[in-house]
Design a protein around this ligand. Structure first.
Ligand code: DP6
Length: 352
């Protein structure tokens, strides 16, 4: 069933809360095959996106909640990354809490001590916002379940977690379930919504079952242009209309390939999407370039391997220089021999 914004508002009032609660949640990162690029309103996507959920790259979060003596208007919290206080992250989290307050008003009753840890190296350049906000959102939904036992089912709570995560970071909406998630309303894909991501109504074809994503860290460290700034540049992008059309078509085609197991077309489309994303950055005003010479080198090696050895391997990119190498598990040895061992970059081996 499709849910509306009002369905996520928690209307319970005046219950007595426990003095202390401990919560914990873990959420994975995800890699978009069809990219979310451009947004409007309250974190609503310009187009639908489709992603694989990763397994190893995760954020694990715990929180110690203590009931406040007097209710507060804003959420009172402290944030620790790897056990160290990180006030520099607090404005973004405070903004998230502000946005979700109306859907989860009970969060203001407590002081939150939040401890977060990523399983991937902090300086790796892997975006942690998707897994981080997904973990926080899952925790808040868990708290809601504990405080307000109701007849709502698991499906509702998953959608609510995705809805809340989206308000922290768009791509976080897709880090709630696996192995494939679709975020953004598409007339040709059942049950899709701009408000939350859903798992498709079909089984992922077995050719994708043991798919791997090896992330080649061409460039470590913070991105030079944030995704949020990039999304905003889409509002007046000269190719906005055509990109929208392209992404709607690609989202539909991608779901068809994931269902039918059409690996050749999957490879073609995945790379086309990655290159479109970076072409949009290179043609926005101001324009910018995030790929590096090393990115192109890896791309060329992958294409060479495909042509010469006929290996079903392809790449995708996120908003940075790192290359995600996607391939079935059974060709892992070949890739180790002909690609990974030839590179000096650090590589994170993950799978969907
Ligand atoms: C290129 O979700 O990081 O990775 O909503 O502003 O937090 P905000 O942006 P974010 O953008 C991700 C962009 C992307 C493509 C994708 O994941 O779909």
């Amino acid at each position: 069933m499709k849910l509306k914004e009002q369905d996520f508002i928690n209307t319970y009032r005046d219950i007595s809360y426990p003095d202390k609660i401990d919560l914990s949640a873990s959420a994975p990162s995800n890699i978009a095959l069809v990219k979310y690029w451009g947004k409007h309103g309250m974190q609503l996507p310009m187009n639908p996106s489709v992603s694989f959920t990763l397994n190893q790259s995760r954020t694990n979060t715990t929180a110690h909640l203590s009931l406040l003596k007097l209710p507060s208007k804003t959420v009172e919290f402290q944030f620790f990354l790897d056990q160290k206080p990180r006030p520099d992250f607090e404005p973004k989290i405070a903004g998230f809490f502000e946005k979700i307050k109306v859907y989860a008003p009970f969060i203001t009753a407590f002081h939150w001590q939040i401890y977060s840890q990523n399983t991937f190296p902090h300086s790796s350049g892997i975006a942690s916002s998707a897994s981080a906000f997904a973990a926080l959102a899952k925790m808040i939904v868990d708290l809601e379940k504990q405080l307000f036992p109701s007849h709502k089912d698991d499906n509702y709570y998953k959608k609510k977690a995705s809805f809340l995560a989206r308000l922290g970071s768009g791509s976080a909406s897709r880090s709630i379930a696996h192995p494939v998630m679709i975020w953004g309303k598409h007339p040709g894909i059942p049950d899709t919504s701009d408000l939350y991501a859903v798992a498709p109504d079909f089984e992922l074809h077995p050719v994708f079952k043991n798919f791997r994503d090896s992330i080649i860290l061409v460039e470590k460290g913070q991105k030079k242009v944030s995704s949020t700034a990039g999304h905003n540049l889409m509002a007046k992008h000269p190719f906005k209309a055509i990109r929208k059309q392209q992404a709607f078509l690609h989202a539909l085609q991608m779901t068809q390939y994931l269902k039918s197991g059409d690996l050749d077309n999957f490879i073609k489309l995945t790379e086309a999407e990655a290159l479109s994303l970076h072409a949009l950055m290179m043609t926005s005003d101001p324009n910018y370039i995030l790929i590096q010479p090393g990115t192109l080198k890896v791309i060329q090696l992958i294409r060479h391997l495909r042509q010469t050895l006929n290996l079903p391997v392809c790449f995708t990119l996120d908003a940075g220089a790192n290359v995600h190498v996607l391939y079935p598990d059974k060709i892992s040895d070949n890739l180790e021999k002909y690609l990974f061992s030839k590179l000096t970059y650090e590589i994170i081996h993950d799978y969907i």
